[in-house]
Design a protein around this ligand. Sequence first.
Ligand code: SF4
Length: 235
Amino acid sequence: MRSGQRLDSAQRLRRMHHQLAVAYGPQHWWPAHTPFEVILGAYLTQNTAWKAVERSLENLRAAGALNLDGLRALPLPDLQQLIRPSGFHTRKAPALKAFIAMLDAEFASSLDALAATPTPALRRRLLALRGVGPETADAILLYALRHPVPVADEYLRRIVERHRLLTPAPDRTRKGYDALIQLTREAFASDPARDQARLFNEFHALTVAVGKAHCGRTADCAHCPLAADLRQASS
Ligand code: SF4
């Protein structure tokens, strides 16, 4: 892709963010009460609809395990049972335990100490944990630990593909994920650094909102706030 086309795509994505912000307003993400709940949700939502995650979180809340001490004290089989509604429980439960073990061993059980780690080193450490891919790591970084990193997901991938913002279209590989992250960074590169975390937060929430409302497996473009950009891309 030539650099001018790339710039056009970044500018279009920035404009699409504005159009979504006007259409939907502030999203106030992530839907959780504490940073630790955000981390739990980031693990549990892998390959799962949020409704199912809510059932698992409700089970954990009822068991007093929606906090670090409660989850640490929970035996693995019990944890697996409680998070069963959000699927892949035999994989996600040990992954959550591994996160707590890392926090205890390397950060004195402190999320503040974890959050104080510089972003590149922290991202590498999270990615080295079992059960943590780029989307989960970036969601934890942005929404739980307040680091200014973009988050990409299947909704954004579909939007970028359908609006032909990247050539080749991003696939579901790590390379495709990285391309989405890079494009998002470029889209907000002109915004003040102090606003980046807030903008990445809202951008991801807004792409999820439009994805759920209009841009699922089939596209409902006629009623979508991004239809004007799509017409431009197709003309
Ligand atoms: S529904 Fe159509 S206009 Fe809306 S984001 Fe998806 S492809 Fe674009």
